[in-house]
Design a binder for this molecule. Structure first.
Ligand code: FAD
Length: 331
């Protein structure tokens, strides 16, 4: 890395909640930050799938806030109208029996969609969408990035932050630095098969969402039970173990197995309209979370849920803490 006072230009790969939080904090300390994101919009796994006549949150379903810094951030989202408390009627299914959930957790959802807080953060940041970073190269103490069809990004950076799931970070780092690739290769991430279903013959249920234990499905939720949603869509998640073991199934075969499980749970799937999504890297991470990772000697940082216990709060805090570390290194 250049001498500390020169460390000004930062490239962040990934506009999920970790990359956005890192960028926001760095920018507030006067650093110049460019984010590169392979999708068409921000928020990563805090996402909403849209079709012509329906939409459904198909990644993260809700978030909780325990750390005072994240609680404060969530309040700014609430004040901006991009998040709100969701109070679902929750049930649990286990060993053939349904019961009320005793959980007293305060749950938030993005409004009107799960990707709304990310869109809100993205407004003040410089993000180049539809740009998949395919190669990193360190020359003359600076980082050079290649994207998509091997085109070189027209800028050099003092620091590069990878705010992407561990296996995707590993692909970029394995030939660059053994210390970083040891970390990325030791994280265990699991897949999630997600089904979005319109169930026209399903009568109103006495719950909004349910945790399903010991089945191939682990979660079902009526999307419209969340504030500001309309329509009749259900989001159903495969369990992490079943999804990982069956990650290479075709969408049709995964759907058949999940529909059978839903039917066994008592839901009417007749004439269902279904869309499937395969998340290759949905959850999991380091067995012993380290928050974030940085190599000041080569100007490299890693952040994301997989370094910090998983989930949205962990991802946001990981990005924040990495940014504070970079600020310390540059002052
Ligand atoms: P991501 O959101 O994955 O962001 C990484 C970004 O990097 C993505 O936008 C991706 O497109 C981009 N990217 C990747 N590679 C490249 C590249 N080479 N070049 C450019 N861009 C790239 N959390 C909760 O708190 N509550 C829940 O209920 C919950 N449920 C979940 C259900 C599912 C099905 C899934 C998938 C996740 C769920 N999570 C939940 C987890 C939560 O979504 C994540 O912890 C959090 O969103 C991770 O944020 P992140 O910024 O670390 O990573």
């Amino acid at each position: 890395m250049n001498s500390n006072t020169e460390m000004k230009k930062v490239a962040i790969i990934g506009a999920g909640i970790a990359g956005l939080s890192c960028a926001q904090e760095l920018q507030s300390h006067g650093m110049s930050v460019d984010i590169f994101e392979k999708s068409r919009g921000p928020s990563g796994r805090m996402s909403t799938r849209r079709s012509n006549d329906w939409s459904a949150d198909h990644g993260a379903q809700y978030f909780t806030a325990r750390d005072p810094r994240f609680m404060q951030e969530v309040q700014t989202w609430v004040q901006a109208g991009t998040a709100v408390i969701w109070k679902p009627k929750l049930k649990v299914y286990e060993a053939g029996l349904w019961r009320e959930s005793k959980s007293q957790e305060i749950r938030y959802v993005g409004t009107p969609n799960m990707n709304s807080p990310g869109k809100h953060l993205a407004k003040s940041l410089s993000i180049q969408y539809e740009t998949t970073i395919s190669q990193l190269e360190r020359r003359d103490d600076q980082w050079h990035l290649r994207c998509n069809e091997n085109a070189e990004i027209n800028a050099a950076y003092d620091f590069v932050v990878l705010a992407i799931p561990a296996p995707q970070a590993h692909a970029l780092l394995k030939d660059i630095d053994a210390r970083a690739s040891d970390i990325t290769s030791s994280a265990q991430m699991k897949a999630c098969w997600t089904m979005m279903a319109n169930l026209p013959n399903q009568a109103r249920t006495d719950f909004d969402a349910a945790f399903i234990n010991q089945e191939i499905i682990s979660w079902i939720c009526q999307n419209e039970s969340k504030p500001m949603r309309q329509g009749n869509m259900w989001t159903i998640h495969g369990s992490p173990n079943w999804s990982q073991e069956n990650v290479e199934l075709s969408k049709e075969d995964a759907q058949d197995q999940m529909v059978k499980c839903l039917t066994d749970l008592g839901l009417n799937c007749q004439d269902a309209e279904i869309s499937m999504h395969r998340w290759r890297y949905a959850s999991g991470g380091l067995e012993n979370p380290i928050g974030f990772f940085t190599l000041p000697d080569i100007g490299l940082g890693l952040c994301g849920d997989w370094l910090n216990g998983g989930r949205i709060e962990g991802a946001w805090l990981s990005g924040l803490e990495l940014a504070l570390k970079l600020k310390e290194l540059s002052s």
